[in-house]
Ligand binder design. Sequence first.
Ligand SMILES: C[S@@+](CC[C@H](N)C(=O)[O-])C[C@H]1O[C@@H](n2cnc3c(N)ncnc32)[C@H](O)[C@@H]1O
Length: 247
Amino acid sequence: MSWLERWDRQQEVYIRDRERRYDAMLAFLEDLAPKDPVVLDLAAGPGSTAVRVLDRLPGTRCLAVDVDPVLQRLGKDAYGDAGGRLTWVTADLRDPSWPSALGVDGVDAVVSTTALHWLRPEELTPLYRTLRELLAASGGPFLNGDHLPFPRETPRIGAAAERVDQARRDAAVEAGAEDWAAWWDALRADPALAAEHAAREALWPADGRGSAAASLAYHQAALDAAGFAESAIVWQDLDERVLLALP
Ligand SMILES: C[S@@+](CC[C@H](N)C(=O)[O-])C[C@H]1O[C@@H](n2cnc3c(N)ncnc32)[C@H](O)[C@@H]1O
């Protein structure tokens, strides 16, 4: 199995219905984006969402933005530029100048998966403002598939959902699945990626796993403050949700 196949299996430990989540996101993208869109995959990692978008919407071009040199290298090695349809962009979303790395003034849609919970809540509002600006001309959708926690007002429901989720993760690992730490440990032993690993260590102290998750209500308030006109959940399994926002 390739590193990226192993990445997909590893991600499914945390998002059991990951492919169904992609299917829902792509269906909304198909419905709401203009024809032959330019789609921005935000915190794309190895391009997981971008390559599924390119497969499903043949006229699309994707910009895959991420800051992690290891994951980007895996994506570049596996997909290259996908016949001129995929552009890899290295940028840190916490740096307000990140859009200047895109090489375009606007995009027709923005997608993101399992990533924005790495950002601190206060970093989301400026990011959403930038997305609103990038989508201003097209009026296209922003689809965020991520871990969006239950609100503080429902603590017992949130705790029960966490127990159900943990039981699923334990069962997957017991059945032999590789978890996040095991996948990274295995990858770190690949000498071909030594330079990228060294750069990554400087980027993410400890194991690099983000955990500063803002609640769903916070995301919606931040989208609202950024000028998005509508936002709603269009898919959900426990606290894995797809939040769709329209400018
Ligand atoms: C769990 S991975 C998800 C990757 C991919 N979207 C997927 O679903 O397979 C989270 C990604 O968010 C990226 N990320 C986190 N914080 C970021 C930031 N400030 N700027 C750019 N990328 C970031 C990480 O580098 C990593 O690739």
